[in-house]
Design a protein around this ligand. Structure first.
Ligand code: DGY
Length: 323
């Protein structure tokens, strides 16, 4: 039987690329430069399975490719707001993602951002490296205590629950959340969590607010100038979900004028083109979309794509089928 032709949009961990080479007629991306729309369209005309990631907008235009050879799109990542699922379905494609394997690492980064921004550790390190430190003193670089505070979740899915586990059991934090699809009573009682019916209630009652909803049209600018103003003045916003869930201009204003105390951000509108006004803000901790960036997790993500592709090739329904 001839091997499936597979095109991978970015460089993947070596171990997974080795399996890809063994099993498939694969085209890897050794330069690791993001593909253009034209290159993606060409790929869909040339391969049986296309394996994109968050940096590849597989939109209606890309999916309008004629003739289309691709039957399977295996996204390397859990978020799929960069793929037009309706258009993919209309073209008869199977699309999968990689849930579960990145839950813990993403929750770790959310917690890292929370601690970093609250305790000003990024600022502290910059201060030290700039050789500005004159020694310990009672009023130097005071941050905000984390233990026992209230953490509000916008969305209470897998990653939010993993963060709540760390925050509640590790730091004695009280958990509040809003989610149109709430978790089971068992999960809610594990965290003694308070469920609210509106985002505003979570914003008003939390010392830290962490975003864990999917990206896309439905959540675009879910947090905006009006509701950011409902947060407590000493509160912090953490975003490890998608940049455009928050109106970034409104957030910059809120950070500048003290509407909120700080933000820890792993994702941005229009990334990787960061709004340069973020760079002027000492009360913003900024990371380059590192949520799932551990070697173990990135290998697990690649293997999860392979599992889905293997099932598809065998005529089975892949575990992580989206459409
Ligand atoms: C995802 O998987 O959607 C993350 O944003 C990247 O790991």
């Amino acid at each position: 039987m001839s091997k499936l032709k597979v095109i991978v949009s970015r460089a993947w961990p070596e171990a997974v690329e080795a399996t890809l080479k063994e099993k498939y007629d694969v085209q890897l991306n050794e330069t690791d430069v993001a593909m253009t729309k034209e290159e993606m369209k060409h790929a869909l005309g040339a391969c049986d399975a296309f394996l994109p990631t968050v940096t590849d907008p597989v939109d209606a235009e890309v999916l309008s490719t004629e003739p289309m050879r691709t039957k399977f799109i295996g996204n390397f990542g859990v978020g799929f707001n960069h793929i037009d699922l309706d258009a993919a379905k209309a073209r008869g494609l199977t699309v999968t993602n990689t849930p579960e394997v990145l839950t813990d690492c993403t929750a770790d980064i959310a917690m890292t951002l929370l601690l970093t921004v609250a305790r000003r550790t990024g600022e502290g390190e910059r201060h030290l490296r700039a050789k500005s430190w004159t020694g310990w003193r009672p009023t130097h670089m005071l941050g905000t205590k984390v233990t026992g505070k209230t953490l509000g979740m916008i969305g209470m899915g897998r990653i939010a629950q993993a963060m709540a586990r760390r925050a509640h059991h590790g730091f004695g934090m009280k958990i509040a959340f809003v989610d149109p699809y709430p978790p089971s009573d068992e999960v809610i009682s594990e965290f003694e969590a308070t469920q609210y019916e509106s985002i505003d209630k979570v914003l008003e009652s939390s010392d830290f607010v962490s975003i864990h909803c999917p990206g896309g049209k439905e959540t675009y600018h879910l947090l905006n100038r009006d509701n950011l103003a409902k947060m407590k003045p000493g509160a912090f916003l953490i975003n490890t979900a998608r940049g455009d869930v928050v109106d970034n201009d409104a957030l910059i204003e809120a950070l500048k004028n003290g509407t909120i105390a700080g933000a820890g951000l792993d994702v941005f509108e229009g990334e990787p083109n960061l709004n340069s006004r973020f760079l002027e803000l000492e009360n913003a901790v900024l990371l380059p979309h590192l949520g799932s960036a551990s070697t173990e997790t990135r290998i697990a993500m690649g293997n999860r794509v392979l599992d889905n592709l293997t099932a598809f090739e065998a005529g089975q329904i892949p575990k992580d089928k989206l459409v």
